[in-house]
Write a protein that binds this ligand. Sequence first.
Ligand SMILES: NC(=O)c1ccc[n+]([C@@H]2O[C@H](COP(=O)([O-])OP(=O)(O)OC[C@H]3O[C@@H](n4cnc5c(N)ncnc54)[C@H](O)[C@@H]3O)[C@@H](O)[C@H]2O)c1
Length: 311
Amino acid sequence: MKILVAGAGLFGRTHMELLVGQGAVIAAADPVVALADRARADFGAETGPDAIALMDTFRPDGVIIAASAAAHLPLAGAALARGIPVLVEKPVALTSKEVARIGQLAAASGTFALPGHVLRFSAQHRALASAVHRSTIGPVLSVTSRRYRDAGHALRYADIDPVLMTMIHDIDLAQWMTGNHAVSARADRVRGRDGRSVTHATLRDSGGVLWQLVSGWTYPGEDAPPDRIEVLGEDGSLELVVGSGLTSSAAGRIFHSDPTEDALLAEQTAFLAAISTGIAPPEVTMDDAIAGLKAVEMVLADLGLVGSGSA
Ligand SMILES: NC(=O)c1ccc[n+]([C@@H]2O[C@H](COP(=O)([O-])OP(=O)(O)OC[C@H]3O[C@@H](n4cnc5c(N)ncnc54)[C@H](O)[C@@H]3O)[C@@H](O)[C@H]2O)c1
C-alpha cells in the first residue's frame, strides 16, 4: 500500500516509522527541505516540498496529514478531490467551520476522512469507555481529565493554543464517555515564564454532565505525571491513570495497562484496513471532530481568545 505523509516534523516521522514497520511504501512532503531529505534518508521515502504535487506523481492509496494545523484543510481538500482517503491529525482544523468543510468534502468524494483522535484507538481508554457505556457506574454526572505536557510545547507550538492542541484530546474523551456534546464553557488560564501555561475549563454538556478539564504546558522535561481521567456516576466512579490501569470504585483494578500498547499503530492499522474496504473506521467520525472544535471555540471564547486560535 502507498501512503503519503504530509508533514515531516516530529509526528509525521512517528507515523512514517510505523508505516514502514507495516510494510507500506511511503512518500513524505514538507516545505522544509531538510525535513523531507531526512525522511528520505531515514525511511526510504519518496520526498518533495509540495504534498499536492506528490498526490499526482506518487499516486498514494491514502494520505496521512501530519502537517501544521493551518495546512490541514487545503491538504485534506486536495486529497479528497482526487478520491484519496485521509487520516487528518488532530486538531482536524483550526475552526469548527473548517472541520465541517472537510466533512462536506469527504461526503462528496466517495471516500472518507478519519479524524486523528488517537485515544479512540487506545485499549486502556476503550476499556474505560466500555465500562462507562455498560452503565457500571450508573448515569454519568461528571468527567474530570488532566493532561500535562512539557514546557517545550509552548515554544514548539507557539502558533497554536493549548486548548486546540492538547485539551482537544480531553474534550473528545468527554464526548466519547458521555455520548453528549458541550453546550457551554467557563475557563481560566495562568501563565508562567517562557510561554508556560495551565488552563482549567469547566464545560456543561447536552445531557447536563459537567466536564472539568485541565491542560498544562509546564513541565521542565518529559517527566510530567501521567494523564488521568475520572468518570463519576450516580452509582460509583472509574479512574484511568494512563500507563497504570483502570480502577473501579466498586471492584478495584479492572484493567491493567499494557506498557507496549501503541494506540497510533492501532489507528493507522484501522486507516489502512479502511482503505482496502472503502468503509470508514467507526471509532470516530467527522461529526465528533466538528463537535470537539465547537467545544474548543467555547473555551477559547471564555478565555477571550475567540477567533484567534492562538494564545
Ligand atoms: N495525536 C497526537 O497525539 C498528536 C501528537 C503530536 C502531534 N499531533 C499533530 O500532528 C500534527 C503535526 O505535529 P508535529 O508535532 O509533527 O508538528 P511539527 O511542527 O514538528 O511538524 C509539522 C510540519 O508540517 C510542515 N508543514 C507545514 N505546512 C505544510 C504543508 N502544506 N505540507 C506539508 N507539510 C507542511 C511543517 O514544515 C512542519 O515540518 C499537528 O496537527 C499536531 O497537532 C498529534
